[in-house]
Design a protein around this ligand. Structure first.
Ligand code: DX5
Ligand code: ZN
Length: 223
């Protein structure tokens, strides 16, 4: 597996009253990108932030922004997320009426397009859009909340997605999101993941962000 390990913090657990400082601290701690969990209270029960908050945060870090769109109508706001400073939009296969068209729209806006599948969704759901994405996100929790337990029986699906990607010949990352910690990241890496989202494991680490990021990366690299 050649793809480089990337650590993408979910900022869901951060102190939103000090968002700019939190982003600067994440950059200093050595993360590779920022994972914004966008929830509309429809596709998932929870409700988080809109593009104006992301736009306000843009100047506080040079890290790439990715928006995990847990929303029913990704098309309607895609342009605003890109204008807010997101280089990558990640859309749920389950939420898109016309996934192929939505991914094409994201690319037409000049952003990277990625697709995400929930625990109950088979790997085959992404088989016909690999020419449109540069990353597939496999959820290892049901979306909507941080701090949930990692669903280990998603590992065979991660392997299946890796096989589909390898057979396609496209250079596509696999991101794994949900319950990632030093206890779970090795198995997720061994299954084929190379980009890892972590919220609780980073923000609640007693040793602080830098230690948490370094430990997570070290475990993934030796997996
Ligand atoms: C859940 C989100 C995840 C979550 C990760 O719907 O997509 O990104 O916030 O948080 P932890 O790492 O705490 O599971
Ligand atoms: Zn997420």
């Amino acid at each position: 597996m050649s793809s480089a390990i990337q650590i993408a913090p979910s900022v869901l657990p951060c102190d939103f009253a000090r968002l700019g400082e939190e982003l600067a601290a994440l950059e200093a701690a050595g993360v590779d990108r920022i994972h914004w969990d966008i929830m509309d209270g429809q596709f998932v029960p929870n409700l988080t932030i809109g593009p104006d908050v992301v736009a306000a945060a843009r100047k506080h870090t040079s890290l790439p922004f990715e928006a995990h769109l847990m929303v029913l109508t990704a098309d309607a706001m895609a342009e605003r997320w890109v204008k807010a400073g997101c280089e990558r939009l990640i859309v749920h296969a389950e939420a898109c009426t016309h996934l192929h068209r939505t991914l094409g729209l994201i690319r037409s806006l000049g952003a990277n397009a990625s697709v995400v599948i929930n625990p109950a969704t088979p790997a085959s759901a992404i088989a016909n859009v690999l020419d449109l994405v540069d990353m597939v996100l496999v959820m290892t929790v049901n979306p909507g909340f941080g701090g949930q337990a990692y669903i280990a029986n998603m590992e065979p699906k991660i392997r299946e997605v890796r096989k589909l990607i390898d057979a396609s010949g496209f250079d596509i990352d696999i991101e794994v999101d949900g319950g990632i910690s030093t206890k779970t990241i090795a198995a997720a890496r061994a299954a084929g993941g190379n980009v890892f989202v972590a919220g609780t494991a980073l923000f609640h680490h007693p040793g602080g962000l830098t230690t948490a990021v370094a430990e997570l990366r070290a475990v993934a690299e030796t997996a």
